[in-house]
Design a binder for this molecule. Structure first.
Ligand code: UT7
Length: 334
């Protein structure tokens, strides 16, 4: 950017990296742990298996570092040129200090500042907006945005309504000033905190600090009112995606790919039906990874990167705890 001019730079994703742990937790494995079965899980969620970071010594930072290093080697990026490392997560290594700072130091981003972002399943989506805004302002030139969650660290594996859904993983993208006319185009974000109890970890924060009682009650695990979340997610994810498509003249199949948060295949199907999108335009990997929270969107980019062509019109949509939700439009720059 020309310093002092009013020109707005376009921010683009210029590289992608990803990582999922090797250990697979299949529906058949879960059948041995709780009262469930493959048929129920598959038909109600679309999930067949998820990945679990088994090693108790390894935390979310490990997933984030692996994803970041994958990007760094693919892009042949000198990590010391990074200005900022953002980590979207609801499972930070510790409440204090920021996981992003540890990740930045571990990957050699010696000149970067770093912080975490928590907007549950919308964390990566909102993080893309932050990264794009920093780039567009001309303030920073290289931003590494990571979405990573070790969901297995907060899942109660005796609760069949949640343990079947979540998995572990991490994904990373690099935001830079666009080398062409493509990049971040538009966003439509919302939140509704009056529904925060519907998807929550009740304890461990300032509302219910840790006590023996909170531990005994299991309040440190993730809990959701599945039906309430499902109902909101179905209507709101489609609504915001519709708004973005209208505003950007992308209706009637003019988008190349919908990149939806992977919480439940039925939510994704309902969204794509309402948007009148054919199956080949809707990206999914929920069958293999389950819901990896902040990692679902970057893991879709990681899995499908080779399909994208310069100028492809992508629409992202997410819904998660908070509630937080939104949709965004990005054109692919490489
Ligand atoms: O990423 C953040 C946002 N999260 C979401 O978007 C998740 C939204 N919610 C959901 O995806 C779904 O609500 C769930 C997958 C969590 C649950 O599916 P559902 O179709 O809403 O099931 P339900 O809670 O209405 O339960 C139906 C029945 C119940 O039995 P009864 O009362 O009808 O006898 C449950 O006890 O299924 C039972 N059930 C199970 N059965 C076998 C619940 N979990 C299981 C299970 N295996 N794992």
């Amino acid at each position: 950017m020309n310093q002092g001019s009013n020109q707005v730079l376009k921010a683009a994703i210029t590289a992608v990296g990803g990582y999922v742990p090797d250990t697979i937790l299949s529906n058949q494995d879960l059948e041995k742990m709780v009262d469930t079965n493959d048929e129920w899980i598959t038909s109600r969620t679309g999930i067949k298996e998820r990945r679990i970071l088994k090693d108790p010594e390894k935390a979310t930072s490990y997933l984030a570092i692996q994803a970041a290093n994958d990007l760094i080697s693919k892009k042949n990026l000198d990590p010391s040129t990074l200005d900022l490392v953002l980590v979207a997560t609801i499972t930070p290594d510790m409440h204090v200090a920021a996981t992003a700072a540890y990740v930045a130091s571990s990957i050699g981003a010696t000149n970067a500042f770093a912080y975490d972002l928590n907007a549950a399943c919308s964390g990566f989506l909102y993080g893309m907006s932050s990264a794009a805004a920093y780039i567009s302002s001309g303030r920073y030139k290289k931003i590494l945005l990571i979405g990573a969650d070790k969901m297995s660290s907060i899942v109660d594996y005796t609760d069949r309504t949640t343990c079947i859904i979540f998995g572990d993983g991490g994904g990373a993208v690099l935001f830079e000033p666009s080398p062409n006319e493509f990049g971040w185009e538009d966003e439509y974000f919302r939140s509704n905190g009056s529904e925060r109890m519907a998807l929550r970890i009740l304890s461990g924060g300032s509302l219910h600090p840790t006590t023996q009682d909170t531990l005994d009650q299991g309040w440190h695990n993730i809990y959701q009112e599945g039906k309430v979340v499902f109902k909101y997610a179905v209507s709101e994810m489609a609504h915001v995606a519709e708004q973005i498509m209208k505003r950007n003249n992308l209706e009637e199949g003019k988008i190349d790919y919908l990149i939806p948060h992977q919480a439940n295949k039925r939510i994704i199907d309902a969204t794509s039906n309402r948007l009148d999108l054919s199956n080949d335009k809707v990206l999914m990997n929920i069958d293999r990874y389950g819901n990896t929270t902040a990692a679902t969107l970057p893991l879709l980019l990681y899995d499908y990167e080779s399909k994208f062509k310069k100028g492809d019109k992508l629409v992202f949509a997410a819904f998660g705890g908070g509630f937080t939700w939104g949709a965004a439009h990005l054109t692919w720059a490489y």
